[in-house]
Design a protein around this ligand. Structure first.
Ligand code: FAD
Length: 424
């Protein structure tokens, strides 16, 4: 049975979901071998290309992932696009089990007129650009305008706003919006009326956040704070109960010059609460529009079921519905919400379910060739994967380039240059 032999497992995607699933499998099975396939030349997914540069402590999870990658029962194969260079069916033939952990690489469209104008970007692309994602390195957003509008108020929206407001020399430090040097908040106290009474009902982390906002919006600043605000060259604010209707073009029609927002009000109670337009609109001039209303997963391969509405692979606790031996974890399993620890918990569940199925004899019996078969397919197609030790060479190069300019690292942005550095 597969019990005595080496279970050959592969994971698609090397973000937190891929690495935490691998960690669980290696820890709880003494012989399992895990291959991780990644489309980028470099590992770690959104930990490298999403998490903001002023949150360096979040990136410490990379140390744990590196320990996993160093296991002699784990191998990293970068530069392999699953669905293009190798199909999911080919992986299923080569392995006892396949785990899809390929995240959410698209963005939710605004679906309003003017969205295509220069000056309008998805937060996903903007974050990719400031984090050195190769496909976004030529985004070149024009930052010379006075006002940027960020649509959405989630964590990613706040990251984007903070990065726009922060002078580059402060980006090594963690500072929260309200204390951000050289900035002043514009918060309308009317937006916060009645909040005091409702704060008691909300869960703790959100409660602290609401208290902070309430204080900033309604309390008179202290002398030092007032002086700091008075001299601040930059300002930020939060607007509630507004829904984007149209990106307004400049007079020559060639770029974004503003945004039309519908004023809304809340109707209904509890879960049924909806924001409905009052009929009033508001125009806000701006030179940059960043839509931060969510990431979205893509279908990877026609052989894998996909729910286009929820943007996830339909699954039960990580077992892909109707496809034995196929599993999923992370954002492609749950949808694009939740931090790294949420992703860790759900990846451990997927790992556990897979090992249960293995134990119960639900996975194919007999040996499987694993990477040997996939390597042959890839080389016949002219695809040359990179290894984890290749990544460590690139990592050392980035760190050494960073030392020259006083940064933790200077990221390599050009895949051709990376391959050259690896002697390819
Ligand atoms: P990803 O991290 O997206 O990993 C998916 C991997 O799959 C990627 O490496 C991708 O290249 C690869 N892949 C995609 N398609 C293919 C394919 N066809 N073939 C092979 N490989 C493929 N969480 C925190 O805890 N703290 C933070 O400060 C924080 N900041 C964030 C900031 C932003 C802007 C974003 C978007 C998220 C942030 N998060 C943060 C959340 C955190 O990044 C996610 O919870 C986590 O990355 C999800 O993990 P994942 O592995 O599912 O997806």
């Amino acid at each position: 049975s597969t019990q005595e032999q080496t279970p050959q497992i592969c994971v698609v995607g090397s973000g937190p979901a891929g690495f935490y699933t691998t960690q669980h499998l290696l820890k709880h099975h003494s012989r399992a071998h895990v291959d991780i396939y990644e489309k980028q030349l470099v590992p770690f997914g959104l930990v490298r290309f999403g998490v903001a540069p002023d949150h360096p402590e979040v990136k410490n999870v990379i140390n744990t992932f590196t320990r996993t990658a160093h296991s002699d029962r784990c191998a990293f194969h970068g530069n392999v696009v699953v669905g293009r260079d190798v199909t999911v069916q080919e992986l299923r033939d080569a392995y006892h089990a396949v785990v899809l952990s390929y995240g959410a690489e698209d963005h939710q469209a605004l679906e309003i007129p003017g969205e295509e104008l220069p000056g309008v970007f998805s937060a996903r692309a903007f974050v990719g650009w400031y984090n050195g994602l190769p496909e976004n390195r030529e985004l070149a957003p024009d930052l010379s305008c006075d006002t940027a509008v960020v649509l959405g108020q989630g964590n990613v929206a706040l990251d984007v706003a903070r990065i726009l407001l922060t002078p580059p020399e402060h980006l090594e430090e963690l500072r929260e919006m309200i204390q951000l040097p050289g900035t002043r908040p514009i918060l309308d106290p009317a937006d916060f009326l009645g909040l005091q009474d409702r704060i008691k009902e909300v869960p703790r982390p959100r409660k602290r956040l609401m208290e902070l906002l309430l204080r900033a919006a309604t309390e008179k600043p202290g002398v030092a704070e007032a002086a700091r605000w008075a001299s601040a060259p930059r300002a930020w604010g939060l607007r509630f109960l507004r829904s984007p209707r149209q990106v307004l073009p400049s007079p020559d029609g060639r770029r974004a010059a503003g945004i039309r927002l519908a004023v809304t009000r809340l109707e209904g109670v509890g879960e049924a609460t909806r924001a409905v337009p009052t009929g009033d609109v508001e125009d806000l001039p701006c030179g940059l529009v960043l839509s931060s209303i969510g990431y979205k997963s893509r279908p990877i391969d026609p052989s894998v079921p996909f729910d286009p509405k929820l943007g996830v692979i339909p699954n039960m606790e990580g077992r892909v519905v109707d496809v034995p031996g196929l599993y999923c974890s992370g954002w492609v399993k749950r949808g694009p919400t939740g931090v790294i620890t949420t992703t860790m918990t759900d990846s451990f569940v997927t790992g556990q379910i897979l090992l249960q199925d293995l134990k119960a004899g639900l996975l194919p019996s007999g040996p499987r060739p694993g990477y040997a078969a996939v390597k042959a397919l890839l080389s016949s197609r002219g695809v040359w994967p990179v290894s984890f030790s290749d990544w460590e060479k690139l990592d050392a190069e980035e760190v050494s380039r960073g030392q020259g300019v006083g940064k933790p690292r200077e990221k390599l942005l050009d895949p051709q240059e990376m391959l050259r550095l690896l002697g390819r």
